[in-house]
Design a protein around this ligand. Structure first.
Ligand SMILES: Cc1ncc(COP(=O)(O)O)c(C=O)c1O
Length: 370
């Protein structure tokens, strides 16, 4: 039987057409195609500005740098995330403070409120797996305490809280890495409404120059290429179709997998709309099998699955004893990181794939219940 891939990279004729147009224009470096992608992203995030950069990681570094985060400042963030979130904070010289998450895998606003002190400058929620963090409460907290919000929206392009898209609550940082819901191979984007910060970001990404050889600040080369942008423009034009397909696959999987003891399925949380970059289930203590046994069983049946972020992000020797890595009490994150497993939900799945994924999980549950 053919394997069901965990992720699939969909590249269509529009990508080919735009890359060819780009090549023929000979504008291989940052040019009009990058501006087109920025306009498309600003429209997705509902912001006045979008600034393209080389990756989701550099988007985070650029956003933190633009608002002046540095040594002595603390950034509050989630421990269940990819290394980029932490690397970006440390790169600025700031301190990362990890607080606990809720059962939805995103920052717990009560834990955040308790952790804020005089050194706190930024709240950096991660919209993990494509589910927005509780931005209504986090936004209010930031406003009350005079903090800036930097959203790690790397996994959540197109997600929203009610009618308000992620990336519009402060500085939104997106990744366009190859397996993201929309991609450009590698790439990143910062979305924001603040005019002054947007122009600062444009200067920062271009060696700190306001005009050629007119250096205004220390900067970097974070410029996206035209061919990356061409792929991104084609992809972004299909975002609503891609999101609808992922949400439909998630709904089908939920329907087929409901009722299994100890298996928690992902869903929208109130008005927080999930875009299912990952369809991540939780295998609790009440389940007849462990998360690792489920992963093994699925792999043996040729079904791609993955433990995304298998350890809390600071839980590695290179970070553990860093004085700029502050770890609070994390009971929920410590439990959840051992229980999560992501199943395929990408738009490349057929109805028969969804049937096979669900029937394999169901039969594994049955076998282990005996
Ligand atoms: C939560 C999170 N933040 C940041 C990033 C970094 O994005 P990039 O790989 O484009 O640098 C990723 C990428 O996977 C991510 O998942």
């Amino acid at each position: 039987m053919q394997a069901i891939p965990f992720a699939s990279v969909e590249v269509g004729s529009e990508e080919e057409r735009l890359v060819l147009e780009l090549l023929r224009s000979k504008q291989l470096t940052q040019g009009p195609m990058v501006s087109r992608l920025e306009e498309a992203f600003a429209s997705v995030a509902g912001t006045r500005h979008a600034v393209a950069v080389t990756s989701g990681t550099t988007a985070l570094v650029a956003a933190l740098t633009a608002i002046g985060v540095g040594p002595g400042d603390t950034v509050i963030t989630s421990p269940l995330t990819f290394g980029a979130t932490l690397n970006a904070i440390l790169e600025t010289g700031a301190t990362a403070r990890f607080v606990d998450i809720g059962d939805d895998f995103t920052l717990d606003p009560d834990a955040v409120a308790a952790a804020i002190d005089d050194s706190t400058k930024v709240l950096l929620p991660v919209h993990l797996y494509g589910l927005p963090a509780d931005m209504t409460r986090l936004g209010r907290l930031a406003a009350d305490r005079g903090l800036t919000i930097v959203e790690d929206a790397a996994q959540a392009v197109g997600a929203a809280i009610g009618d308000r898209p992620v990336g519009s609550f402060g500085l939104g940082c997106f990744s366009l890495y190859a397996t993201k819901n929309v991609m450009s191979g590698e790439g990143g984007m910062i979305t924001l409404n603040d005019d002054a910060l947007a122009s600062r970001l444009r200067i920062l990404r271009n060696q700190g120059m306001v005009a050629r050889y007119d250096y205004m600040m220390r900067g970097h080369n974070w410029r996206m290429t035209g061919s990356q942008a061409a792929v991104g423009v084609a992809q972004t034009s299909r975002l609503s179709t891609i999101t609808a397909a992922r949400r439909a696959n998630a709904a089908e999987l939920r329907e087929r997998l409901t009722g299994l003891e100890g298996l928690v399925l992902p869903d929208d949380v109130g008005d927080r709309h999930h875009v299912y970059h990952q369809f991540t289930v939780q295998v609790t203590e009440a389940a007849p099998m462990t998360r690792d046994a489920l992963a093994k069983g699925l792999a043996a049946a040729g079904i791609g699955c993955a433990v995304i972020d298998p350890r809390l992000v600071f839980d590695y020797p290179c970070f553990r004893n860093d004085p700029r890595v502050l770890v609070g009490d994390l009971p929920a994150a410590t439990r959840l990181v051992t229980q999560v497993l992501s199943l395929p939900a990408h738009p490349g799945l057929e109805e028969s794939d969804l049937d096979r994924i669900a029937s394999t999980v169901r039969s594994l549950w049955e076998v282990h219940s005996r």
